[in-house]
Design a binder for this molecule. Structure first.
Ligand code: 13P
Length: 254
């Protein structure tokens, strides 16, 4: 199991650049006492990335984007390239979020192409996987995740995995207030861990696997206490400095 704890805020399509700047300034201060104890990142929209990097320079809060295209450049209206993200100092990039799979036609093949582009530009992918409610109730959670993991990580090497985070986000728990119970989440994380070890050997044990889906200050401690839950990818609770800070502190028992 990986025991590096990594908690990232996925701001989704929220916060103007001015709002993002204010939130970054607040987090820079509130999270400073946790330096060295936990890896923390925020993932604002494209228009706020440069501001976030600027404000958080020299702090212990890292910056991630929410998407990356697989091509170096070209006629791909509305997309963003690895070179563009790298140049402004972005460190992480979320890939394959369920909202992108659901609304924007993301597939395991496009996830795989985006991961390769991120690695090419030395950006660290946070790769999202997760089953829908229908799939969980149909008893096919593990086969859905197995397919997403093997498809998304096709041709990726064990050495690459040192720079890749997996975020397990059950779709039915995202933004619904319904959290997987810690035991239920742990059971699924153990399956993900087993699959990663099958694919990458010992390197699979070192991969940080985050949980996402209605994680909040009230439940981050018991979720992250679980053996195979190495942090979180946070939506709603990441949009305010006090709730995100409390979630991180509780999550690491600070
Ligand atoms: P919520 O924390 O709002 O449920 O969102 C989780 C998520 O989708 C993070 O990527």
């Amino acid at each position: 199991m990986a025991r590096k704890i990594f908690i990232a805020g996925n701001w989704k399509m929220n916060k103007t650049a001015a709002e993002a700047k204010a939130l970054c300034e607040a987090l820079k201060e509130s999270l400073a006492p946790l330096a060295g104890k936990v890896e923390v990142a925020v993932c604002p929209t494209f228009t706020s990335l440069a501001t976030a990097v600027e404000v958080l320079k020299g702090s212990n809060v890292k910056v991630g984007a929410q998407n990356i295209h697989w091509a170096d450049n070209g006629a791909f209206t509305g997309e963003i390239s690895g070179a563009m993200l790298q140049e402004i100092g972005v460190e992480y990039v979320i890939i394959g979020h369920s909202e992108r799979r659901q609304y924007f036609g993301e597939t395991d093949a496009t996830v795989n192409a985006r991961i390769k582009a991120a690695l090419k530009y030395a950006l660290k992918p946070i790769v999202c996987i997760g089953e829908t409610l229908e799939e969980r109730e149909g008893g096919i959670t593990n086969s859905v995740l197995d397919k997403q993991i093997r498809g998304g990580l096709a041709d990726i090497t064990a050495a690459d995995m040192a720079n890749i985070t997996i975020a397990y986000e059950p779709v039915w728990a995202i933004g619904t207030g319904k959290t997987a119970t810690p035991d239920m989440a742990q059971e699924t994380h153990a399956f993900i861990r087993k699959t990663l070890v099958e694919m990458f050997g010992e390197a699979g044990n070192e991969v940080v696997v985050q949980y996402g889906g209605s994680m909040k200050p009230e439940n981050s401690a018991e979720l992250i206490a679980k053996e195979d839950i190495d942090g979180g990818l946070i939506g709603g609770a990441a949009l305010k400095a006090d709730s995100f800070t409390a979630l991180v502190k509780n999550g690491i028992g600070a």
